[in-house]
Design a protein around this ligand. Structure first.
Ligand SMILES: NC(=O)c1ccc[n+]([C@@H]2O[C@H](COP(=O)([O-])OP(=O)(O)OC[C@H]3O[C@@H](n4cnc5c(N)ncnc54)[C@H](O)[C@@H]3O)[C@@H](O)[C@H]2O)c1
Ligand SMILES: O=C(O)CC[C@@H](O)C(=O)O
Length: 311
């Protein structure tokens, strides 16, 4: 019986790959090297990716033996799930693996934005001591608006409630909310929140959800945090809001295009930008890697099971 071939095209923890290597022929390819990826795919029974590999129709059509694509992480916006379905390829992800890590980064970005931490740190690094220039505001007693109340949004609510923030939520699909969390429409949330944080998927329906109109509704003293996906926020409109005093600050883990190149947002004093680090903890990567491997092996099991005996 042939050993299943698994392509790993983004970084996975070594022990998760070792577990896979014990039973599969594992081939590592750089998912950003399109040519190498397309060349490796015809032999593949499974493909494991993070966010760095674009699994579009061309990729799926090259992978004529493919049974499963595993996304070690949550967002499936880099996988063409409709084409996969049409070709009979199963798509799996690891939805619980990184929620805590993303929530913790979100708290860090909220604090960094309202207390101007990155600007202050850069200034001290440059030999300055400008205490008066970096006054911020407390979170206690302020309103936190969470857009998208799934796994990450709920973890963020718990953590920022402990800062004594009042938590508002907008999520048209969430059925239970919990104590001390109040549901509201998007415009109402934007109008009253001191910090708005996004925790919804990027889909055709949510692309550009936070545009010029929505930013204009926000308080000029408010901060916007995005650890969900680039493209949910209109970056040109955000740049205008931040440079005209319509919005106090933004903290961004994700960008419409990654890496964001020479995005003018990166040069702004009132922007805290990090390179898609939400899931980049040892714990989240270990959970996501092992869960992705477990799910791939479950999908491939029929390939390596002994042939049924006939009587
Ligand atoms: N920065 C990172 O590294 C990182 C890591 C994990 C997840 N993410 C992103 O965060 C997103 C959220 O992750 P999650 O695990 O909480 O997902 P989830 O599926 O548990 O929750 C998403 C929530 O968004 C809600 N939603 C959908 N459309 C909405 C809309 N138009 N308005 C308001 N709410 C809406 C859904 O009802 C759901 O409750 C993911 O889709 C992913 O893109 C980023
Ligand atoms: O691959 C990553 O580290 C990012 C993962 C994250 O964006 C996700 O959707 O799970």
């Amino acid at each position: 019986m042939p050993t299943p071939i698994v392509i790993v095209s983004d970084a996975l923890p070594g022990d998760a790959v070792a577990a896979l290597e014990a039973v599969c022929d594992v081939r590592r390819v750089d998912g950003r090297d399109r040519e190498a990826l397309l060349a490796a795919l015809p032999a593949a029974d499974a493909l494991i990716v993070r966010s760095g590999t674009r699994v579009d129709a061309e990729v799926l059509e090259h992978a004529t033996r493919l049974r499963v694509v595993a996304r070690a992480g949550v967002g499936l916006d880099n996988v063409d799930t409709a084409t996969a379905r049409a070709l009979g390829v199963t798509v799996v992800n690891t939805p619980d693996a990184n929620s805590v890590s993303v929530a913790e980064l979100t708290v860090g970005l909220v604090v960094a934005s309202v207390r101007r931490l990155t600007r202050a740190a850069r200034s001290v690094g440059a030999g300055e001591w400008r205490r008066a220039d970096f006054a911020g505001s407390e979170l206690s007693g302020r309103v936190l608006g969470i857009v998208g109340f799934g796994r990450v949004g709920r973890q963020v609510a718990r953590r920022l409630a402990a800062f004594d923030m009042r938590v508002l939520v907008h999520d048209p699909y969430a059925d239970t909310l919990g104590d001390d969390v109040h549901a509201t429409g998007l415009d109402d949330l934007l109008a009253v929140s001191d910090v708005v944080t996004l925790h919804l998927p990027r889909t055709p329906a949510t692309a550009g959800l936070i545009g010029a109109r929505e930013l204009a509704i926000m308080k000029p003293t408010a901060h916007l945090v995005n650890t969900a996906r680039g493209g949910i926020v209109d970056e040109d409109a955000l740049h205008r809001a931040l440079t005209t005093g319509a919005l106090a600050g933004a903290a961004l883990d994700v960008f419409a295009t990654e890496p964001p190149g020479a995005s003018p947002l990166l040069a702004l004093e009132n922007v805290v930008a990090v390179p898609h680090l939400g899931a980049s903890t040892a714990e989240a990567q270990s959970r996501a890697g092992h869960e992705a491997v477990r799910r791939v092996l479950a999908e491939l099991a029929p390939l390596s099971a002994p042939a049924p005996t006939t009587v």
